[in-house]
Design a protein around this ligand. Sequence first.
Ligand SMILES: Nc1ncnc2c1ncn2[C@@H]1O[C@H](COP(=O)(O)OP(=O)(O)O)[C@@H](O)[C@H]1O
Ligand SMILES: [Mg+2]
Length: 577
Amino acid sequence: MLKQLNSLLGEYRLYAILSPLLIAGEVMMEIAIPFVMANMLDNGVLGSGGISYTVKMGCLMILMAVISLIFGALSGRMAAKASTGLAANIRNALFDQVMNFSFSNVDKFSTASLITRLTSDVTNVQNAFMMIIRMGVRAPIMLIGATTMAVLISRNLSLVFLIAIPILGVALFYIIKNGFPRFQRMLTHYDTMNASVQENLIGIRVVKAFVREDHETKKFTDNAQTLRQAQFFAEKLIILNMPIMQLTIFGCIVAVVWYGGNLVIGGGLEIGQLSAFLTYNSQILMSLMFLSMIFIMCVLSRASVTRIQEVLNEISDIRDAADSSPCPKDGSIEFVNASFSYGSEKDNLTLENINLNIRSGEIVGIIGGTGSAKSTLVQLIPRLYDLSGGQLLVGGHPVKEYALDTLRGCVSMVLQKNVLFSGTIRENLLWGNPDATQEDLDRACQAAQVKEFIDKFPDGYETLLEQGGTNLSGGQKQRLCIARALLSQPKIIILDDSTSAVDTATDAKIREGMRQELKGTTVLLIAQRITSVCDADKIIVMDNGTINAVGTHEELLQSNEIYREVYESQQKGGLPQ
Ligand SMILES: Nc1ncnc2c1ncn2[C@@H]1O[C@H](COP(=O)(O)OP(=O)(O)O)[C@@H](O)[C@H]1O
Ligand SMILES: [Mg+2]
C-alpha cells in the first residue's frame, strides 16, 4: 500500500516530505516556549535576574513564536498541495483503469459504485492524508517533547498522566474497533443512493412520461433517509471522543493545580515551573486528542482506501494479446462449440453450443425473440466479453490472438443502446475515423440516410449535439451511429437492432447504401422485422441462447416454424413490414 501511495504521490512527493519537516520545527518551538517562560518568571521576575533578563527572555519568546508561526503556515500550504495533488492523481489513475475495464468488470462494480469511488472515497482519502502528514507528525513529537519536559520539571506531578493515559487508551480502542464496520456500511448506502440518482437522471424523460416523479422521489427520500441513519450511527461514535478527551484534560488540570499548588506552598516547586507544567499538561493531552483523531480518520478512510484499491487492483478480464498482432486478413467469423455466461458460474449459460460459419463479405441477418441472446452473441466478436467455452475465430485466427485495438478497429459495432457525445455532428462522426475527409463524411452520411436531415440543419455538420444526443430523434441518432460505424471502413460491421426507430422505406435505403459503401465487408444485422433481413445471404434464428436454424429466407419459410410464425404475424398484423 505504501508503494502504491508513493507512486500515486508522483510529482507532489516533495511537498509530502517538506510539510512534516516544517511541522517538526513548529512543534519544537512550541515546546521550548513554556520552558523559556518558566525561566523568565522564576529567574527574571521573581528571581535575581532583574528587568534586563526578563526583557531578553521575552524577546526570545517572541522570536520563537514568530518562527513557529511561519513554519506552521508553510507546512499547511505544503500539506494542502500534497493532498490535493494526491487526490488528483488517484482520480486520474482510477479513471484510466476504468477506461481499460471490460464490460464485465464494469458490471461487477456497477457504474454508481464506481462514481462514489471516484468522488467521495477519494475525498475521504485526501482529507485523511492531509491529517496524517500534519497531525501525524505534530502529535507524536509534541507528546514526547512535552512529556520529557514535564518529567524534567517535576517527576511527582507527572504521575497524574499515569492515571489519565490508560483511560484515554481504552476509550479510543473501543471507538476504533466499532467504528470501521459502521463506516463501511455507510459507504455502501452511498452507492445505493448514487445508483438511484444516476438512474433517475439518465431516465428523467421516461420518469416524466410515465408520471413516476412521486414514486421516484419517495424511493430517493428513502435512500437518503437510510444513508442519514447510517451516517448518524457511525458519527455518534466518533463524537464520543471529544467529551471523553475534555473530561480527562480538565480532570488533569484540577489535579495538577491542587497537587502542584501544595508543592509550591511547601517550597518543592517554583511558580514559573507550575505554570510551565500546566502548559505541558495541555500539550500532552491535546496531542493525545490529535492522535485519537488521526486513528479515527484512518478508520474512516480505511474503508475508502479498500474500495479504491479494489478498483486499482482489478485486472481487466480481457487481456490484450502480448505482441501487436496483424489485422484479421478478412471478415470471416467462425464459432466452434462456443458458450458464454455473464457470471463466473459456468452452469448458467446465456449462450450454449454455438456453431456457426460466416464467410467474409456475407450479409447475415439475425432474428429471435427478446432475450434470446442475439446481442450477447455479437458482443463476443469485438471481444466486449470473452467466451466461457469453445472458440471464436475472426479472419481465421482466434480473437484472443489479436491486439484489442486492432480487432476493434476492424469490427465496427452499432450497439442497441447508442451513445452520442456532446459536441458537433462532425466531431461525433470523426470518432469512426479521425482522418476522414469531407468526401468520406458525405458518402457515409449518404449511405446511412443521414445527409437528408443534416442538410436541413442550419449549421449542417457543425450542429451541436447535446449530451446523449437528446436534440435528435431516435431514428436520427441511429442513422448517425450507422454513419459513424461506416466511416471506419471495417472488415465486419454489426448492427444490433440499429434501425428499429427508422421507417421501413428508409431502412431499405440504408441497407442498399451499406451494400454500395461496404463492398467485401461482412455485415451482421440483428433485426425485429423480417423485411430487414429477408434479402440477406443467410439468416440465423436464435432461440433461448441457442441457434435454432440457419438458412435463406425461402429455406427458413419452408422448414423453420419459429421463422414462419414471426413472418406470418408480421404479415397479418400489417405490422412493420
Ligand atoms: N450485462 C448483463 N449481465 C447479465 N445478464 C445479462 C446482461 N446482458 C444481458 N443479460 C441476459 O442475457 C440474456 C440475453 O440477453 P440479450 O443478448 O441482450 O438478448 P437479445 O439481444 O436477444 O434481446 C437475457 O436473459 C439477459 O437478461
Ligand atoms: Mg439485444
